[in-house]
Design a protein around this ligand. Structure first.
Ligand code: TXA
Ligand code: MG
Length: 321
């Protein structure tokens, strides 16, 4: 298949045509690029799983453009309603009970009785409104690899497997949405992401619950994920010869002269800037050919929780790969 790249400024009609005939469109959201299909079209959704090499048990997020569309999909409890009102459109995904008759194919939810919903900003939002139905969209990367924050990264990873890539420049948040689920009056954090735990706690008026019981979890949270070709060594204070350095803040690593390549996520120590740069810098250091990427510690507060989560998964042992 030939992949076309179109500028987001004028791509809505073309993207709509591709989605309407059951094709795949890679498009920018405020978090990362998504690989989108019409959520009500089973054959189209199946193409997402094929293109990514994604296991079918791993459900997708359904993206909506407004609350009316969201309410046709899922039953909102008062706490989820409050979170939606505060964070949508934005980088928060809420897992909710699926309504019967909702316009989504079973493949989207992997047969679960819940659905992950999110209202994105920007190009995606206008496109969904025009389609009049939700789009299913996982991150636009091969399963297990680094998520894409630029159209070029999507083209390198999924070129030939998607009809159209909509180029909206670098995505501003840079890490995927935070995923929460309300259960028995508690808010469970299923995946840290672009909405910080502190901000969610302030709106919810209670601390988030992080322990994951068997029934409250995101099936896709496999330990090895976001894997570059290089190995990742975390929380370093000294480099070994030949390592590439992913620095953070005014660097405390003393022997940076040893680095085969070096990028700083945020020289001033700004966690938002670091999140925005994370995946692209991992890709660039990987492309430098270094066999190890050493990473300076990143604090855990705010978006640091999502950054540390992604780094830990990128560093995890890979199943035979
Ligand atoms: O920012 C984002 O969330 C991006 C953009 C494109 O919107 N999307 C994204 O999708 O990160 P994906 O497929 O890479 O991650 C979706 C996660 C998976 O871990 C999946 O297991 C979880 O959401 N998920 C989906 N439906 C669920 C459900 N019903 N219950 C629990 N977890 C669910
Ligand atoms: Mg993903």
């Amino acid at each position: 298949m030939e992949t076309r790249i179109a500028n987001a400024v004028s791509a809505t009609d073309e993207a709509l045509a591709v989605l309407s005939r059951g094709g795949l469109v890679a498009l920018p959201t405020e978090t990362v690029y998504g690989l989108a299909a019409d959520a009500s079209n089973g054959a189209a959704v199946a193409r997402i799983f094929e293109a990514k090499g994604r296991p079918r048990f791993n459900p997708l997020i359904a993206h909506v453009s407004d609350m009316d569309m969201a309410r046709r999909m899922a039953a909102f409890d008062p706490l989820s309603e409050k979170l939606a009102a505060a964070f949508w459109p934005g980088p928060l995904t809420i897992v909710l009970p699926l309504l019967s008759g909702a316009p989504v194919h079973d493949l989207v939810t992997a047969g679960l009785d819940t659905i992950a919903l999110r209202m994105p900003r920007g190009f995606a939002s206008g496109l969904i409104a025009r389609l009049g139905r939700p789009i299913a969209a996982p991150s636009a990367n091969s399963s297990g690899r680094i998520s894409s924050t630029t159209a070029q990264a999507v083209a390198n990873d999924l070129g030939g497997k998607v009809e159209l890539i909509v180029d909206g420049g670098q995505t501003p948040v840079g890490v995927e949405s935070t995923i929460v689920k309300v259960d028995s009056g508690r808010v469970y954090l299923l995946r840290p992401g672009g909405a910080s735990a502190e901000d969610i706690e302030r709106i919810a008026g209670m601390p988030l619950t992080r322990e994951h019981s068997g029934k409250v979890q995101a099936p896709g949270m496999l330990l090895s994920h976001y894997a570059p070709n290089a190995h990742m060594r975390l929380s370093v204070s000294r480099l070994e010869p030949g390592e590439a350095l992913l620095a953070f803040g005014p660097t405390r690593v003393e022997n940076t002269a040893h680095a085969s390549a070096m990028l700083n996520l945020s020289p001033s120590g700004d966690l938002r800037q670091a999140a925005a740069n994370l995946f692209e810098y991992m890709r660039q250091l990987d492309a430098s050919g270094a066999s190890v990427i050493a990473v300076e510690p990143v604090p855990l507060e705010g978006l640091g929780e999502a950054i540390n989560d992604r780094l830990k998964r990128a560093a995890a042992p890979r199943n035979g790969v």
